[in-house]
Design a protein around this ligand. Structure first.
Ligand code: PEP
Ligand code: MN
Length: 342
């Protein structure tokens, strides 16, 4: 529930409310606004008698229940968009952020070349997997710490923040010492031990929807991270499994407006894993901007035909430049007061 304090509530009254809700088994998350303080009380759900007294505590204006099961992630708990700040890059709140790079870090030359292309094209975050969750144990599993070192080197050379996947909770200290955003992949969206662990980190998280995860389940996974204390979460729609086989997955484009209504967290789209083919990345990149997503994560490789993984869905540098140009053109058109119907 949300306890809205009166405008003139004192610090003592706020502290008293916090102590009180904690004493009946809730966790309290006070947020002190410029005009008013609200205290979110999460977890207890004891309901009953005690809650009746809450509204009567001094300094309390009103008590509003949060009906959704994902409490901290819901718009009910926080109306304004969350903006995740990564260095100088803001994700959410009206900007459109492009993250790009190879599926996996393969070598110094491959990664640095990719990083310079990402930078030159005007994208703002470099992606690259050092720990790869592969369907087959015989497939390339990633360069691990050597890959993380290369990501750090690429950041040093280009100034681009980096995003990389963490697959094992035990690797948190290692991965967070190198990366700017921790990626949780589709296969780990319900790895609750991992979610709880990264919830204790202060590094922003990119949480991908699983291929068989409902929107509500995705938000419940985000809730694991937020409730453990990390509120810097970006959601990613990357395609779900349907009966369709023409594409690797089916991009659930409607997830964007639905999520925008249900949550304040930023939402980005991954058209590469959604479709499995580079030629669909550009049209779906345009769709992401048009539908109101906060950005894109795309796979781009200097030589996709030589990629260790996901080459078929990786853009070549020229196609990536084209995508960025298209997005800029679309942004211009969308911001211009054009008369569509005359
Ligand atoms: C990836 O980003 O390379 C990846 C493995 O993505 P997903 O978890 O969405 O399959
Ligand atoms: Mn990939």
């Amino acid at each position: 529930m949300i306890i809205v304090m009166k405008r003139n509530a004192t610090e003592r009254q706020i502290d008293h409310v916090v102590d009180w809700v904690e004493s009946i088994g809730y966790r309290a998350y006070p947020s002190r606004g410029t005009e008013q303080t609200v205290v979110k009380a999460i977890g207890g759900e004891r309901g009953g008698e005690e809650l009746k007294y809450l509204a009567a505590l001094s300094g309390v204006d009103k008590v509003v229940p949060i009906r959704k099961p994902y409490k901290l992630s819901s718009r009910e708990a926080k109306e304004e968009d969350t903006v995740v700040q990564v260095g100088n890059v803001s994700i959410g709140g009206g900007s459109f952020t492009v993250m790009a790079g190879p599926c996996s870090v393969e070598s110094e030359q491959q990664l640095l070349e990719s990083a310079y292309i990402v930078k030159k094209a005007g994208a703002s975050i470099l992606r690259g997997g050092a720990f790869k969750p592969r369907t087959s144990p015989y497939s390339f599993q990633g360069l691990e710490e050597d890959g993380l070192k290369l990501l750090a080197k690429a950041r040093e050379k280009t100034g681009l923040p980096v995003v990389t996947e963490i697959v094992n909770p035990e690797d948190l200290d290692l991965v967070e010492s190198y990366t700017d955003i921790l990626q949780v992949g589709a296969r780990n969206v319900q790895n609750f031990a991992l979610l709880k662990k990264i919830g204790r980190s202060r590094v922003p998280v990119l949480l991908k929807r699983g291929m068989m995860t409902t929107i509500e389940e995705l938000l419940m996974s985000a809730e694991y991270i937020l409730s453990a204390g990390n509120d810097q979460v970006i959601l990613c729609e990357r395609g779900i499994r349907t009966f369709e086989t023409a594409t690797r997955n089916t991009l659930d484009i409607s997830a964007v407006p639905v999520l925008k209504e249900l949550t304040h967290l930023p939402v980005i789209i991954d058209p590469s894993h959604a479709t499995g083919h580079w030629k669909y990345v550009l049209p779906l990149g345009r769709a992401a901007l048009a539908v109101g997503a906060d950005g894109l994560i795309v796979e781009m490789h200097p030589q996709p035909e030589k990629a260790f993984c996901d080459g078929a869905q990786s853009l070549k540098p020229e196609t990536f430049y084209e995508l960025m140009d298209e997005l800029r053109r679309m942004e211009y058109v969308m911001s211009a007061t054009a008369k569509v119907l005359v």
